[in-house]
Design a protein. Structure first.
Length: 272
């Protein structure tokens, strides 16, 4: 059984029903909920899996502010939890999704069983509302200049390790990226510019594990190691490297990534 599309008060999401643990997945800046479809088939069939389209992505209504903070995305996520009566959740954030996940963990740690951060985007630490970081400004300028398809064609290949030998995965990543649009992407780029993941993780009270692609050139493995080190030892779970995976680790190596997620939900304190 695959994902079914839903929408709740202007926020769209995909869901696979299940009677087991609840896993909520948050995509990165150049993706959407559909990117988790390859991972879904590898996760235990009894898990209830929900993947959101962040505000401003696909059918989700954008946020009201031009430069949102991670807490604004967390508010939207927690409101969805309320509407779906979700509690005792496992939360998986990938790349930019790590910022929203960590902010949600700060807001309501009692609602989360565990958190998994993958291929961590640390944020650029710029003051909210100031001049954008050059990397975030380039993202916005490139999308505006090239359009979604041209933007995806230029960027998507870097998310996959050896894309020339993994054409199907590269095409899948590019298709998801070609569906980004303004203003949602611009808001997400500003979130990236202002994000301070390491600061948020230093106050995290939720058991947290970190997974990363060993060949990631977008958010290099050192980023994820820094995120893991920022966690207090009390909540620090596993640190897992996925061999042969680039930034789009859960799309490129879904079987290995799903096995890592399963280990993260069942144990802690190991570095693999």
């Amino acid at each position: 059984m695959g994902f079914e599309p839903h929408i709740s008060e202007g926020l769209s999401y995909f869901e696979r029903a299940g009677d087991g643990p609840v896993l909520v997945c948050l995509h990165g800046i150049g993706s959407n909920a559909g990117s988790f479809s390859r991972l879904l088939t590898e996760l235990p069939m009894d898990w209830r899996v929900i993947a959101w389209n962040a505000p401003g992505y696909l059918n989700s209504i954008p946020l009201t502010m031009d430069w949102p903070a991670a807490s604004d995305y967390a508010d939207a996520l927690l409101a969805l939890f309320d509407r779906l009566n979700l509690d005792r959740i496992s939360l998986l954030g990938h790349s930019l999704g790590c910022l929203a996940a960590a902010a949600a963990a700060l807001r309501t740690p009692e609602r989360l069983e565990t958190m998994i951060l993958a291929c961590c985007a640390l944020g650029h630490g710029f003051e909210q509302g100031s001049v954008l970081s050059s990397a975030s400004q380039k993202r916005i300028s490139d999308l505006e200049a090239l359009g979604p398809k041209g933007f995806a064609a230029e960027r998507a290949g870097r998310l996959v390790f050896e894309p020339e030998h993994n054409a199907e995965v590269a095409d899948f990543v590019m298709q998801n990226m070609s569906e980004v649009s303004m203003p949602g992407y611009g808001q997400a780029a500003r979130l990236l510019a202002g994000g301070k993941l390491l600061d948020d993780l230093s106050d995290c009270a939720v058991p947290t594990s970190v997974i990363f692609g060993a060949e990631d050139v977008i958010t290099p493995p050192e980023n994820s190691r820094k995120a893991y080190a920022a966690l207090s030892e009390i909540v620090r779970g596993q640190l897992i490297s996925i061999a042969g995976a680039g930034h789009a680790a859960y799309q490129q190596c879904p079987k290995e990534f799903a096995a890592a997620v399963t280990r993260c939900l069942s144990s802690s304190g190991e570095i693999l």
